[in-house]
Design a protein around this ligand. Structure first.
Ligand code: NPW
Ligand code: ADP
Length: 287
């Protein structure tokens, strides 16, 4: 993000090619990063599955998942490429934390003891150079007990979560989305993606970016989980935090529009975005 703090840059689909360059012919999976997805408490297994699949479809080299024991068979049946580990005691295996380039924490995590313990473990024990993407219940836990975050952490609140993080009402966030974005970046010293129609992406001291792609068909449970996985997958491939957040939000919104173009907005499902994420993540191939 290069703009002065007061500038607002509108991003369009063409901008994807700025960040999504062709791969080196001799690259291997280790070059494309390892993402650890943490979440999916009882009743919310789909959230972490969608996030993990999105990370893979955006090109992450390796994806681990730490989730509730109940969800492991379904996850592996749907996506055998994911390396899933059951966590029943609220402790993520140390080896998983140590090997992650990016940790996505929050989709379906819940706010009970199980999720809270893993969230605290991530903040306490992740390597200092591991990038964090915090979504959904990780944001709710952070709002309940604010803590300093590692540099360049990425937060992906919807207006309800943004309101909890700022201690205000969601209607106030929506009345002044740019102000709320600025407030979140400053309060948490993080890169922030404020979701919703006209998603805004910001980071302290830099101009915000706005994404007008996306459509109301995307207003359905699980769509934000796909976004979080998308951003984590791009981060793992070496994009800087602010660029991974902007590129991920743009890619996700354009995939939502492409998928809606096929069958309409109403009834659009988060999983419908997966083939489009892949296609749009290779802009040179589709140009
Ligand atoms: N398949 C799965 O496994 C799925 C699992 N999921 C997982 O479930 C977990 C909890 O998710 P959740 O949806 O229950 O809680 P959350 O999103 O905080 O909503 C609660 C309240 O917040 C508000 N609010 C929300 N959006 C708003 C907006 N745009 N603008 C303004 N306000 C907004 C709104 O309050 P209201 O305005 O109705 O008072 C709403 O009722 C989480 O971990 C997630 O990953 C889901 O992703 C679904 C699919
Ligand atoms: N009307 C809309 N226009 C554009 N994008 C939307 C619209 N409604 C929702 N979205 C997008 O869909 C996603 C919804 O995320 P979120 O509310 O976190 O859902 P969930 O928590 O169920 O996964 C966000 O990326 C948001 O920007």
């Amino acid at each position: 993000m290069t703009g002065a703090p007061h500038e607002l840059e509108d991003l369009r689909e063409d901008d994807l090619a700025r960040w999504l360059r062709p791969r080196a012919r001799d690259s291997h999976k280790g070059d494309h990063g390892r993402v650890l997805c943490i979440g999916g408490d009882s009743g919310h297994g789909g959230a972490i599955m969608l996030a993990a699949e999105a990370a893979l479809r955006c090109g992450a080299g390796l994806v681990d998942v730490a989730t509730h024991v109940l969800h492991v068979p379904a996850l592996l049946a749907r996506r055998p490429e994911v390396m899933a580990q059951a966590v029943d005691d609220g402790r993520v295996p140390a080896a998983l934390l140590a090997s992650a380039d990016v940790i996505l924490c929050g989709p379906g995590l819940g706010q009970g003891d199980w999720g809270a313990a893993m969230f605290a473990q991530v903040l306490d024990d992740a390597r200092p150079d591991t990038r964090l993407v915090l979504d959904a219940d990780a944001l709710n836990l952070l709002a309940r007990r604010p803590r300093a975050l590692p540099a360049d952490s990425i937060l992906t609140p919807h207006p309800g979560e943004a309101a909890r993080l700022l201690g205000i009402e969601a209607s106030e966030v929506q009345r002044d989305r740019a102000g709320a974005l600025q407030g979140l970046c400053a309060r948490y010293a993080a890169v922030v993606v404020l979701k919703g129609a006209g998603t805004l992406v910001g980071a302290t001291g830099r101009g915000a970016r706005r994404i007008s792609a996306g459509n109301p068909g995307m207003a359905v449970g699980g769509m934000g989980d796909v976004l979080a996985g998308t951003i984590a997958g791009l981060c793992a491939q070496g994009l800087e935090a602010a660029d991974a957040a902007a590129c991920g939000a743009l890619l996700h919104a354009c995939a939502g529009d492409a998928a809606a173009g096929e069958g309409g907005e109403r009834g659009l499902l988060p999983a419908d975005l997966m083939p489009w994420l892949r296609r749009l993540a290779n802009p040179q191939a589709t140009a």
